[in-house]
Design a protein around this ligand. Structure first.
Ligand SMILES: NC(=O)c1ccc[n+]([C@@H]2O[C@H](COP(=O)([O-])OP(=O)(O)OC[C@H]3O[C@@H](n4cnc5c(N)ncnc54)[C@H](OP(=O)(O)O)[C@@H]3O)[C@@H](O)[C@H]2O)c1
Length: 256
């Protein structure tokens, strides 16, 4: 069965990507930490979803989990590097260093680790597609984005560099940069504070996870000779700076 690997499959974009690819007949190796969420997906699609409950920042656990993928799910045609997060919303001078480290670990290092692993097989077969989920924060700073935006700049730039290194091969690389989207992302960013998470979407239009899953599938389903390099996608009402500075200040004031 043609199979994709989706990181961060337990919620948001990743979960919607699972539904999308399953509906088109693909198998999905679904990776995230929350085992129960992944098993829910497996119960829904018992023949098409393989849940791998691992922390992607744990190199050894990822290696082991991938070597144990059964033959039914071993024909990997795409890696969707989607797992990631933002922590904190204040300016750099107020952020926690440990939050910055956690973002670098999942958004950059974990992505590199699994990419390296899967790329080896793609190169041996001369086929496969790596789709990285970056963010518009990679290109347009807003107050409070700082290290999050910088990790996503890394993802965008790494995607272009990877594409360059793969010149002359049949391996595809796509970078998708979404704008403001309603998922569990804000809840994670505000460490479970529902009111602050909801306030991010006040008076704003936003994308939903299905919008991003549709972009991923569109990029993936192009003809053999077509590589979609970059997709930048925003909600209609968004512009190049999110206009969060007053909100960021209000949230900081509340914290004091
Ligand atoms: N929502 C937005 O506005 C937005 C905009 C642009 C880009 N993005 C990017 O889109 C991607 C998906 O975010 P989302 O909006 O769908 O947020 P989400 O609903 O919070 O999903 C994040 C996913 O990443 C997984 N994850 C986080 N840390 C992990 C770890 N250490 N090991 C394994 N899995 C981990 C989470 O699963 P577990 O918690 O179960 O591990 C979850 O499945 C992220 O890279 C994010 O930066 C989001």
């Amino acid at each position: 069965m043609k199979t994709i690997i989706v990181t961060g499959a337990s919620s948001g974009f990743g979960e919607a990507i699972v539904h999308k690819f399953v509906s088109h007949g693909y198998g999905v190796v679904a990776i995230a930490r929350r085992s129960e969420k992944l098993h829910e997906l497996q119960r829904k699609y018992p023949d098409q979803v393989l849940p791998l409950a691992v922390d992607l920042t744990d190199k050894g656990a990822v290696e082991l989990a991938l070597t144990e993928v059964p033959p039914l799910f071993s024909n990997i045609v795409a890696l969707i590097n989607n797992a990631g997060m933002s922590l904190g919303f204040g300016p750099s001078q107020r952020n926690e260093l440990s939050d910055w480290e956690d973002m670098v670990n999942i958004n950059i290092l974990a992505l590199l680790h699994i990419t390296k692993k899967v790329l080896k097989e793609f190169v041996e077969r001369n086929s496969g597609h790596i789709i990285n989920i970056s963010s518009v924060a990679a290109y347009y700073p807003y107050m409070g984005s700082n290290v999050y935006g910088a990790t996503k700049s890394f993802v965008s730039n790494f995607s272009l560099n990877l594409k360059t290194d793969l010149e002359g091969t049949d391996i595809k690389v796509t970078n998708i940069a979404p704008g403001l989207s309603k998922t569990e992302f804000a809840l994670v960013r505000f460490k479970g504070n529902k009111d602050q998470a909801e306030s991010i979407y006040e008076d704003k239009t936003y994308l939903n996870a299905e919008n991003i899953a549709a972009s991923v599938y569109w990029a993936f389903s192009q003809p053999e000779n077509v590589n979609i390099n970059v997709i930048e996608i925003m909600p209609t009402g968004q512009s190049f700076a999110l206009g969060f500075a007053p909100k960021s200040k209000r949230i900081l004031d509340e914290l004091n």
